[in-house]
Every structure is written in C-alpha cells, then in structure tokens.
Write a protein that binds this ligand. Structure first.
Ligand code: ZN
Length: 285
C-alpha cells in the first residue's frame, strides 16, 4: 500500500440530475453522450465515473434501462476502459425506495452513492433519505457487494454514517464524499473542509474521503482537498462553469485541470486499478 499514499483518485460526475443543455451545451444527457464523455474523462485520468440518467425529456430519472444501456455501450464501444462505475441512488426526487435501488442487483456497479441523511434541497423541496431507506439500501449494498460512496452535505450526516457503521449496515473501510457549498448544506470553505475531515476521522476512523465544492467554492475545496490528502470529484453535476463567467467546454476539461493540480502538487493520479486498491474494492473481473 505504501506507494498508493501519493495517489489521488479523480471522480467524474458527468451529468447529475439537473443541468440542462441550456445551462451548458456540453452536458452529456443520453447514454451515448455519457459513454463518450466518460471515455474521454478516463483517458484524461478519471478513475471513477459517477453516473446519473435522464429521461427523453432530459429530466433526472432512475431508469434501469438507461443505466443498463450506458453500461453495455461503454463495454461494447470502449472495452479498454476500466473505469469504476458509481451509479447514483438519488437521481430523481419522485423515485420510490424501490426504484432508487433496483439497478444495483441488476447491474452490479462497483460503487453507488449513499446519501446519509435528509435535508432541504435548494430551498425548494426535501431531499429525502429516511432511516428506513438507508437501512435497506445499506444492507442491499453489502449483499450485492456495491461499495457506498457516502455523500455527506453537513457534519451531522457523518454522525449518521458512524451509526450505520456501528450497526453493521455500512462496511468498513468506508468512503466519504464531502459535498460542499450546496444550498442548505455546509458552506464550501477551507475551515469547514478541515472540520469535515476531522469529524470523519474522529467518528469513522480508517475511512477514505473525497470532496468537491459547487459553484464559487469549487477551486478552494479542490486545492484544500489535494493539500489535505483527499480525493477529488469534478464535473458538470457540480459545476457547469470552468471559472467565473466561463462555461466548461467539456467534462474532460475539469478532469485535465484536476490531474494537472495533483501533479503540480507532487502527487500522482490514481489509475482505476489503483483506486480499487485504495478503496478496498475487489480487483476488476
Ligand atoms: Zn450524483
């Protein structure tokens, strides 16, 4: 493991549930667009692809057929691409508990998101992750050998994760994603990033972590995360702007910048197989 400590994993969150072509024409929405985008990002250094699907109108959808089509298309068109697939379980606010997790036993992604608490969402609705759902989802992930990407939007959600680890509903070592700067969640500042990391280390020792900031906080959180030993998530799910006033031209552009910063810092970009080792995932089949 010694030589893995200088490796940093880049996750590409290509699509999310919300951005439209009117926000950024380069956001990939269809399975074919997502597959080509993931392939480009993988070539630029991304080791994990966090995937959301859209319906034919472009709305976030937990559509098992679209997930399947995307996975199969990637395998068919780019069999050399060994990126880790991480499928969302929160791609549609109207989804039922069942449709939020039906793709896991069917498609066996290596990872999937696990949103560890309920919160207000964008001051307009509720992002519901009730205890009952989290217990069911956690147990299913253990059964199906899908590693949770524990998304936490505030420190209380780290406390929730500690509870599920203690109950045996989340396996250790756990992997966290600090989602920062989202309205109704923790603000994306350096001080808060230090606090999130320290809270995680105290409550869930031995965990790995990654972080991103949305909007204005993106660069501060990225630099801070690299400096503090975390992994990086970038992509249009979290930011459609590359910098203030300038839309990103592609997801690959975000990955290239993250890879450049990691290397400038004197570290290396983890390959998917190195990421599997860092995250204690089984080797690729
Ligand atoms: Zn997501």
């Amino acid at each position: 493991m010694a030589d893995l400590k200088n490796k940093r994993i880049i996750t590409i969150a290509t699509t999310g549930a919300y951005p439209q072509k009117s926000d950024n024409p380069a956001v990939p929405l269809t399975p074919k667009e997502i597959v080509e985008d993931v392939y480009e990002c993988w070539k630029a250094g991304a080791a994990i692809a966090h995937l959301h699907m859209r319906d034919d109108q472009g709305k976030g959808a937990m559509d098992i057929n679209k997930f399947r089509e995307t996975k199969e298309l990637l395998e068919k068109l780019h069999p050399d691409c060994d990126i880790i697939l991480n499928m969302t379980t929160s791609g549609d606010v109207l989804a039922t508990d069942e449709t939020r997790m039906h793709h896991l036993p069917a498609l066996h992604p290596e990872m999937a998101s696990y949103d560890c608490g309920t919160m207000n969402w964008q001051n307009s609705g509720i992002f519901q992750n009730r205890p009952e759902l989290l217990e069911k989802l956690g147990k299913l992930m253990i059964e199906e050998n899908v590693k949770p990407e524990i998304e936490v939007f505030d420190p209380g959600m780290i406390g929730n994760a500690a509870y599920y680890i203690k109950k045996g509903i989340i396996k250790t070592p756990a992997h966290f994603q600090f989602c920062m700067g989202v309205a109704n969640g923790i603000k994306g500042t350096m001080k808060n990033l230090v606090f999130m990391k320290e809270t995680m280390e105290q409550l869930c020792p031995g965990s790995t972590w990654s972080a991103f900031g949305v909007g204005q906080s993106a660069m501060e959180i990225m630099y801070g995360t690299i400096a503090m030993g975390g992994h990086i998530r970038v992509g249009m799910e979290d930011n459609v702007f590359y910098k203030k006033g300038e839309l990103a031209t592609s997801n690959r552009q975000f990955v290239e910048r993250a890879a450049r910063l990691i290397r400038e810092f004197g570290l290396e970009v983890a390959t998917p197989d190195e990421a599997r080792q860092i995250l204690s995932l089984p080797p690729r089949k």
